[in-house]
Every structure is written in C-alpha cells, then in structure tokens.
Design a protein around this ligand. Sequence first.
Ligand SMILES: [Zn+2]
Ligand SMILES: [Zn+2]
Length: 160
Amino acid sequence: MAHFDNALICKNGHIINTVARLSPEKNLKFCTICGEKVLDKCETCGENILGSHIDDNGNYFPRKYVRPNCCHNCGDTHIWTIRNIEAVLDLLKKAGVSNPVAINKAESNLVELVRETPQMHLAAMELSNTINSLDFSIKDKIKKILKILLNPSVLKYFKL
Ligand SMILES: [Zn+2]
Ligand SMILES: [Zn+2]
C-alpha cells in the first residue's frame, strides 16, 4: 500500500535518509557532514518526520523528496528552517541592518515565504528591496541561503 516512510534529517537540515524504515542501514545518529544530532521525530510533537512517498509497487523517487519546513502533524517550524532564517537575519545585521523593526520585519517576511502564505508576494517584494540595498558579497551569501530555504516556485518572486 502506498504510504510515506520516515525521514532522518540533522538539526542543520542535511538529509540523512528519506526511507528510514525501508533502508534502516542508512540511518545515522549524528550527521557526517556537520556532526549535529540527527532527528527522526518532530521536536515539538514527537511525530515521525515525513519521508519519501512509497507507491503501491514499493517504488520511491529520492530526487522528488522535498525537505519539510514544518511538521505535518503539529505545524511547528522545524529546527533547520529556524536556523536558516536566523542565518539570513545574522547576515542582514552584519550588513548594517541593525534597526530591530527592520530585523523583525525581515523575520516575519521570511516566515511568510517559508510557509508560502498569500502574504509571500508582498514579503518577497519587501525582502528583495532590503537585500538589493546591500553589498554584493552579503547579497550573494543571503541568496545562497534562500536557495536552500525556499522552494524554486517561491524564489522566482525575488528580483535579486
Ligand atoms: Zn548536518
Ligand atoms: Zn510536530
């Protein structure tokens, strides 16, 4: 029967195994890239992290796997999503965006974009303006994080 397997993802967001039940030999306790603890469950509700979809014939497509930003059971934001948002905010601060109002605005815009809400279009416009006012080196670093954090369908609303 078609179903979702469980995924193992480290706290920084490196995907360890998207089929933890089908291929448990690939399961790890700690990430071999960054050394962080590997999670198999949502830290808020304890539900298994959503893994690859396995069809009726037992087939799955690892390349189709999209790392979840939020828990499918409680809706809370996963730790790797929070860390990527924080990394963007730290770069903005480094670039001299020190006004707490501006930082709070950037944070709420990032949350709208991660969650792909109807407000994401406005959020993309505002965040594009902020990022485009920065030096190229910082702008480039933020772009790299956004590519990891956001779906390509969301990224296309950015004018960077
Ligand atoms: Zn890692
Ligand atoms: Zn949860």
